[in-house]
Design a protein around this ligand. Structure first.
Ligand code: URA
Length: 244
């Protein structure tokens, strides 16, 4: 049987962003940390680290955040940047501030532009991040696009051709699928994640993207019940559906 890892409570909680080891010792002393409803007064105690800890342990009455690996699906609003340090509003500002101090660090899985909304994944799992963003995996991403000018009718064939070369690049884009909704609205599915890719694809056809919203990553769709700015924790099964 695999050995269950153990950790000191102060070390574990500090790596999850709940404060310094000193802060956690203080919190424990006053009964702020409970395990199976019993106060855990000594933060130097070693405990088994199992995934069910996030339902069994409470910090100041609140259930513990998921242990690493933690995966979040956020319905990103327009106007927020996918960065840890740019000026202005950041997607991390929407999430609990303690997550900024988690170790391993929580990062966005790829990026959406400041002006793009929709499905954004965040994780502290470096392998998952690499798998989803690796061009070799060809994970499909579907975007809903609103255009400034009517489609010409030739865009679908051009995008599907595998010959479209974007400005200042030396490799053509992989084939992409366009589904026309109306003269100025469409769904575009791509398998790469080049810089401003969707906006630049339409710019190459003489058009301009006015609104861009990501609806799907692999088999994972933005849930209807998830309002703009809201987020959910994802399970391992949800993640597998990305690579279905
Ligand atoms: N393509 C873009 O141009 N912007 C995004 O945010 C995502 C894909």
């Amino acid at each position: 049987m695999a050995k269950v890892p153990t950790s000191r409570v102060d070390k574990l909680l500090s790596s999850m962003g709940y404060g310094s080891r000193k802060d956690i010792a203080r919190m424990a002393k006053v009964g702020g940390i409970t395990l199976d409803t019993a106060p855990l007064l000594d933060a130097t105690k070693r405990i088994p680290v199992t995934p069910d800890l996030s339902t069994r342990m409470r910090i100041c009455g609140e259930t513990l955040d998921p242990l690493a690996p933690m995966i979040i699906l956020l319905n990103k609003p327009v106007g927020m940047t996918c960065s840890h340090k740019d000026g202005g509003a950041l997607v991390f500002d929407i999430l609990p501030s303690r997550w900024k101090s988690r170790n391993p660090r929580v990062s966005t899985v790829g990026r959406l532009d400041k002006d793009t909304s929709g499905l954004l994944l965040l994780t502290d799992d470096g392998d998952l991040l690499h798998h989803v963003t690796s061009p070799k995996r060809r994970v499909e991403k579907t975007y809903r696009v609103k255009l400034a000018r009517p489609l010409r009718g030739t865009e679908g064939d051009l995008f599907a051709s595998g010959h479209l070369m974007l400005e200042n690049e030396d490799k053509p884009l992989a084939p992409a699928k366009l589904e026309v909704i109306s003269t100025t609205k469409a769904l575009l599915t791509i398998t790469e994640g080049r810089y401003h890719q969707v906006r630049r694809m339409f710019a190459a056809t003489g058009n301009h993207v006015e609104e861009l919203h990501r609806e799907r990553v692999g088999g994972l769709k933005l849930p209807d019940g998830l309002a703009v700015g809201e987020w959910w924790h994802l399970s391992k099964e949800d993640i597998l559906s990305i690579f279905r």
